[in-house]
Design a protein around this ligand. Structure first.
Ligand code: SOE
Length: 379
C-alpha cells in the first residue's frame, strides 16, 4: 500500500534539529508497518547560509528564513519546533491557527502561563500535537513503565532522579545567542530546572503519577556573564543548580537534583524507584540496562539484577537488530516519530501532548517559586 506522506517543516537546525531529522529519516526503514512516512519538505532558520547548508546536508527539499512563511505554506503538514524556548509559544500558536500538526521540543514553554496559551491553541484548532520528551522512549525506561504498571513494585515509597552536567563551570563562558541561549533566562525561561529537571519530572510523572507539592533550593554560582548579543556583562538569571523534594499523589516521596556544575558529569541522567516489593534503577550512561531488585526472588539468590533490554519482546527492540545488540540515544527520537505516526493512524493523542507536558511546566514553576521563596509550594 502506498504510504501517506507527512510533510515536515522544521524550525531550527541546532542539536535538536539534527536529532529530530535523524528520527524522520530512519523511521520508515525500521518501522515499515506505519502508513505515514515523513517527508523532509523544508527547514527554517534565520541565517540563510546555515539553513541552506543544513537543508543540503540533511536532505530537506527546500528552506525558509521566516517561520511565518513556512507555516503559511500549503505543502507543510506538521511544524517541528526546535528553536530556543522563548519562541516555542508564538510558533506553535501560529502553526495551530494555520491547522498544522505540531511537534514541539521540550520544555513546552518558558512558563506555565505561556504553555496554557499553547494548549488552548492546539485544542481550539484540534490539531495533533506532542512534546519531545525523548527519554520516555528508551526501551529500558519504557520497560520500567511496564513493570511499574503491572504492580510488581507494590506500594511505592521513593522516587529519585538526577541530571548532572558540567559544561558551564567556566565563568568566562558567555550567555545568550547561538549555542548559549540556555544560559539566558529571557530565552530559556530557566536554567537546569526547565532544561534538565523537566526531563526528570516528565519521566517521574509518567512512571509515578502526579506531584502535589515541592520544596526546592536553587543557586546561580556565576552571577554575571558577558552576553553574546549585547557584548556587555549582564546579570545571570538562570538557576545553575537545583535540588528539590516533593510529595507524589500516591504518597511516595521524591528527591531530584540537577546541576551544570558537577565536574566530570557530561549528561548523567539517573532514576530510581523503590516499592515495598521491588525496586528499579536506570542510568543514561548504560541506557540499555534496567536494574531490578525483586524481593519475591528466592531468599539466598535475592539481589540486584541487570536486565539487558535488547530482546525482541522488550519495548521497541523488535524493530532493531537481533537480541543482545544495543541501540543508543538517537533511537529515542526515532521511537518518538514512530509513536507520533502511529497515533495519527489510530486517531489517538501522542503522549506527552501539550496538555500533559503542561503538568511538567507546572511542577517546574512551583520548583522555581519554592527556590525563590524557600517555602513549600503546591503544584
Ligand atoms: C543540555 O545540554 C541538553 O542538551 C538538554 O537541552 C537536552 O534536553 C538533554 O537531553 C541533554 O542536555
Amino acid at each position: 500500500m502506498a504510504k501517506k506522506p507527512l510533510n515536515i517543516g522544521l524550525v531550527g537546525y541546532g542539536f535538536m534539529g539534527r536529532t529530530h531529522t535523524n528520527g524522520y529519516k530512519r523511521v520508515a526503514d525500521f518501522f515499515p508497518e506505519l502508513n505515514y512516512t515523513p517527508v523532509l519538505k523544508a527547514v527554517c532558520g534565520r541565517s540563510e547560509e546555515k539553513t541552506k547548508a543544513f537543508a543540503e546536508q540533511w536532505g530537506y527539499e527546500s528552506y525558509e528564513t521566516d517561520w511565518e512563511k513556512l507555516i503559511a505554506r500549503d505543502d507543510i503538514d506538521a511544524i517541528d519546533v526546535c528553536t530556543p524556548n522563548d519562541t516555542h509559544s508564538p510558533i506553535s500558536i501560529a502553526a495551530a491557527k494555520a491547522g498544522k500538526m505540531i511537534l514541539c521540543e521540550k520544555p513546552i514553554s518558558r512558563t506555565t502561563a505561556e504553555g496554557e496559551e499553547m494548549v488552548d491553541a492546539v485544542e481550539k484548532a484540534g490539531v495533533p500535537n506532542t512534546v519531545w520528551y525523548n527519554y520516555r522512549r528508551l526501551p529500558a525506561v519504557s520497560l520500567a513503565k511496564q513493570i511499574i504498571d503491572s504492580g510488581k513494585l507494590g506500594t511505592i515509597y521513593h522516587y529519585r532522579a538526577n541530571f548532572l552536567q558540567d559544561w558551564t563551570i567556566n565563568a568566562d563562558l558567555p550567555q545568550g545567542g547561538e549555542g548559549l541561549w540556555r544560559l539566558d533566562a529571557a530565552a530559556a525561561g530557566s536554567g537546569v530546572t526547565g532544561d534538565l529537571l523537566a526531563h526528570c519530572i516528565d519521566t517521574a510523572l509518567w512512571l509515578n503519577g502526579g506531584i502535589s507539592d515541592v520544596s526546592a533550593m536553587t543557586e546561580t554560582f556565576v552571577k554575571e556573564r558577558m552576553h553574546q548579543l549585547t557584548g556587555k556583562m549582564e546579570k545571570v538569571s538562570i538557576d545553575d543548580a537545583c535540588a528539590f523534594m516533593c510529595h507524589f499523589a500516591n504518597g511516595s516521596l521524591g528527591l531530584f537534583e540537577s546541576t551544570r556544575y558537577a565536574r566530570g558529569h557530561k549528561a548523567l541522567y539517573t532514576l530510581e524507584i523503590n516499592g515495598a516489593d521491588a525496586s528499579l534503577r536506570w542510568d543514561l550512561h548504560d541506557l540499555n540496562r534496567l536494574e531490578m531488585y525483586d524481593h519475591s526472588d528466592d531468599g539466598p539468590q535475592r539481589g540486584w539484577k541487570s536486565i539487558h533490554v535488547t530482546d525482541g519482546d522488550h519495548p521497541y527492540m523488535s524493530h532493531w537488530w537481533v537480541p543482545g545488540l544495543s541501540i543508543g540515544y538517537e533511537h529515542s527520537f526515532v521511537h518518538q516519530v514512530a509513536d507520533f505516526l502511529k497515533s495519527l493512524e489510530e486517531g489517538k493523542p501522542c503522549e506527552p501532548t501539550f496538555k500533559s507536558a503542561l503538568e511538567t511546566a507546572k511542577v517546574c514553576d512551583a520548583v522555581l517559586e519554592s527556590g525563590k521563596t524557600r517555602q513549600w509550594i503546591n503544584v
